[in-house]
Design a protein around this ligand. Structure first.
Ligand code: BGC
Length: 768
């Protein structure tokens, strides 16, 4: 009996460990896999190991004309391929050349790049990576979702995971097992051109949504044919440039790094992400790619990250040429690899050959130890094994019958519908009655590029030639619901670049005036040209004056004016807010965004998006909702009322109304590792079904460092039928009242805390 019992215990233990390994390969190493990697490493030459750490771009393999221009349709040049994969033993490839490709083209590329491994010429398979950051944006037919800022506005964890699942499936269908996503950078600098790639300003919301995106990408097993490896970007501090411009210095003191910028990365490392991409910029004077403290001490040693760190584009080269923290390329390579970088996105030719040569020399000269190189290669091979690439580099296309399916599109539609945020609706102008005369105007009304933003079919997303067939622009979606004859259109303002800077020009304004007079309602679609990275740098957060003047012109007609904002970052519109009847913040909602916008305008969809950031009122006053009391003091009133955004973080209207009542706790004091249950009743007090995001904030009343304002500690999105009441329970524990103290470590202190959910408040005590 005892023997039987111990066998049961043993089997249970083995099963537990196996499933634990399967689910948490990032936390514990599987000894069987590690010994397999050791055996492979032992057989690898120095050149082969160095090659594993090198990533090149697809362009480096493509046939070109005599001037070096890539030939269309793309064709792999067999000589370049042989040189890169066989001679230089390159381990990884990225990207797409310049535009979206057909599925068959991807498959042909994969066939070619995997041939040397399949034929036994090289020892490890290629790890191919791409930026499928809001869906599979480089394969014709890929399902395009809202950009991350819009996904965050859904506050819907399940949707984040479904987005991840669909994207992983379609990326793997294209033969690509590694997604350079999600961006875990905190969106606290709205001037930054990549603000739309973030999940907003709050570390908790970013972490919660990020964890579920990763659950979607990686599934229960990375080796599954529908899973992809995720890549946390851009470790860390990249999103907070002082100047607002891309890849410029960030100043982040250690306590704020710990408190704000690191937690989303930590949460997603714990959730199983096995690669990170490094910050191209510098933090406190140290380039991300040389930051040994962050890459090795924090990420790998303190957090136990078992994945690998890949550089961003040409960033080792830039240590010499931009940051000038290395005198030459070899010094740059040595400093980056020794700081903890495992793979270099070099990525062009002939630079990659210089990289492999110099890294080899550096190891031979012992300026990079063999132990460090082995560690880097082991981390990369681990990911390749876990992805099952040694057995299957790609799977037959027949196994991807859901690619571009209605099933997948409906998830993207749902995400768009739940992201669009209604921030103003004076006298319940919305929803609109169908069949009125509506003028749809403005620069972003008539093209899909304004819905998708950058990283859509092309890097900057401005080339309209690749737009998804069959998806509607805002104008078309409104016409479909309101009838083409009732819907007028006038572009009135165009967006373009002048000398590389965003610019607007007013076009046929008389046409606008004429149509405005004939309309009952004016819908103005405003916003930004798609852009990311350096091309997306702007000079001011103010919405360009031509667009503001268009709003003034529309308001002068005295007709109700509705603004639809298609923008990656909150552009300042304060001067026209008061007189505008309704405003929808649509972010960059993707290919199905227009259906969501018209669905909300006409009441077929009840809005439920909530701002994932504080929408600023003035370009000179950028505030975050968790600001400290000292920041709230007004020099005019001498009161603590200076926090004055246009709209609050977490704000968003619905066509339903909700009432919060009866906040209660299961105890008023909790101790040590104990927890406390906070409950609140939420009632739909309207006659239509709606979704509400119930948000729990905690304010520390006294702490030994200047106390933060209220901070989001939990939330849930619920749906309520008319008159329905639901009780929402949240569990709070010590982690929810912790902060980074004077020693720059997370700590808790005994004291009193205020909990705030909707209109409800409650005080509780914690005893350490
Ligand atoms: C961007 C990364 C991206 C990489 C590969 C870089 O310029 O900063 O976010 O993943 O290119 O396309």
């Amino acid at each position: 009996m005892k023997k039987q019992f111990s066998s049961i215990v043993l089997i249970a233990f083995v099963l537990f460990t196996q499933s634990f390994h399967a689910q948490h390969p990032h936390l514990t190493l599987d000894p069987v896999l590690e010994s397999k990697i050791s055996q492979l490493l032992a057989k690898m030459s120095l050149e082969e190991k160095v090659g594993q750490t090198c990533q090149i771009t697809l362009d480096a393999l493509l046939a070109t004309d005599a001037t070096g221009k890539v030939l269309e349709p793309l064709k792999i040049d067999p000589i370049k391929l042989k040189e890169a994969i066989v001679s230089q033993r390159i381990g990884s490839i990225l990207n797409v050349s310049s535009h979206t490709l057909k599925m068959e083209e991807w498959r042909t590329i994969m066939q070619a790049v995997h041939a040397p491994f399949r034929e036994g010429i090289v020892k490890a398979p290629i790890l191919y990576g791409a930026d499928a950051i809001h869906g599979v944006n480089y394969t014709v037919g890929g399902t395009l979702f809202p950009q991350e800022i819009g996904l965050a506005a859904t506050w819907n964890r399940d949707l984040a995971e479904q987005f991840g699942r669909v994207t992983a499936y379609e990326l793997r269908a294209s033969g690509i097992p590694w997604n350079f996503s999600p961006v875990m950078d905190l969106g606290r600098q709205p001037l930054w051109s990549r603000y739309f790639e973030t999940l907003g300003e709050d570390p908790y919301l970013v972490a919660e949504m990020g964890k579920r995106i990763i659950a979607g990408y990686q599934g229960t097993s990375l080796s599954d044919k529908y899973s992809t490896l995720s890549c946390l970007k851009h470790f860390v501090g990249y999103s907070f440039p002082l100047s607002g411009r891309d890849r410029t210095p960030a100043w982040i003191p250690e306590n704020y790094m710990q408190e704000l910028f690191l937690p989303p990365f930590k949460a997603t490392v714990d959730a199983g992400a096995l690669s990170v991409m490094v910050n191209s910029g510098e933090v406190n004077g140290i380039p991300g790619h040389q930051n040994q403290y962050l890459l090795t001490e924090i990420l790998k040693e303190k957090w136990g990250f078992k994945g690998f760190a890949v550089s961003d584009w040409e960033d080792i080269i830039m240590l010499e040429t931009v940051h000038t923290t290395a005198a030459n390329q070899k010094a740059a390579i040595v400093s980056a690899i020794n700081a903890g970088l495992d793979m270099s996105m070099v990525p062009n030719s002939p630079q990659y050959k210089e990289y492999t040569l110099l890294l080899k020399e550096a190891v031979e000269e012992s300026s990079v130890s063999m132990t460090r190189l082995d560690d880097a290669v082991r981390r990369i091979l681990r990911a390749k094994y876990l992805l099952g690439l040694f057995e299957n580099q790609t799977y037959p296309l027949e196994q991807y019958g859901d690619f571009s399916s209605e099933k997948f599109k409906s998830v993207a539609k749902q995400a768009a519908a739940e992201s669009v945020t209604l921030v103003k609706n004076t006298n319940n102008l919305l929803p609109l009655k169908k069949g009125q005369k509506i003028l749809v105007a403005g620069p972003t009304a008539d093209n899909l590029i304004y819905l998708n933003g950058a990283w859509s079919h092309t890097w900057q997303g401005v080339d309209t030639a690749y737009n998804t067939k069959g998806c509607s622009t805002v104008l078309e979606a409104i016409q479909q619901v309101n009838g083409a004859k009732n819907t007028l259109f006038s572009k009135a303002v165009s967006l373009n670049y002048v000398d590389g800077w965003e610019s607007c020009s007013t076009t046929d304004i008389k046409d606008f005036d004429k149509k405005a007079c004939k309309s009952d309602v004016i819908v103005l679609c405003l916003g930004e040209l798609p852009a990311t990275e350096k091309p997306g740098d702007i000079r001011s957060l103010d919405l360009p004056k031509e667009q503001m003047e268009l709003v003034e012109r529309a308001l002068a007609t005295k007709k109700p004016v509705i603004l639809v904002l298609l923008e990656g970052r909150p552009r300042i519109i304060h001067d026209v807010v008061a007189n505008t009847s309704a405003i929808l913040q649509a972010y960059l909602p993707g290919d199905y965004g227009a259906d969501a916008i018209s669905g909300i305008l006409f009441g077929d969809i009840n809005p439920s998006g909530k701002l994932p950031y504080s929408y600023p009122k003035y370009s000179g006053v950028i505030e975050h909702y968790d600001l400290k009391k000292s920041e709230m003091r007004s020099g005019k009133t001498n009161q603590f009322d200076a926090y004055d955004p246009e709209w609050n973080f977490g704000f968003g209207l619905s066509y339903s109304t909700f009432a919060y009542s009866a906040i209660r706790v299961d105890k008023t004091t909790f101790v040590g590792k104990d927890s406390i249950v906070v409950s609140v009743d939420v009632k739909n007090t309207s006659s239509i079904k709606g979704k509400e995001v119930v948000q729990l904030y905690v304010t520390d009343l006294v702490s030994s460092t200047a106390t933060w304002g209220k901070r989001l500690k939990n939330y849930t999105k619920i749906e309520l039928a008319p008159d329905e009441v639901k009780t929402v329970n949240f569990v709070l524990s010590e982690k929810d009242i912790m902060f980074v103290g004077r020693e720059n470590n997370w700590t808790s202190e005994s004291g009193e805390f205020e909990i705030n959910i909707g209109s409800q408040r409650k005080r509780i005590n914690y005893i350490k």
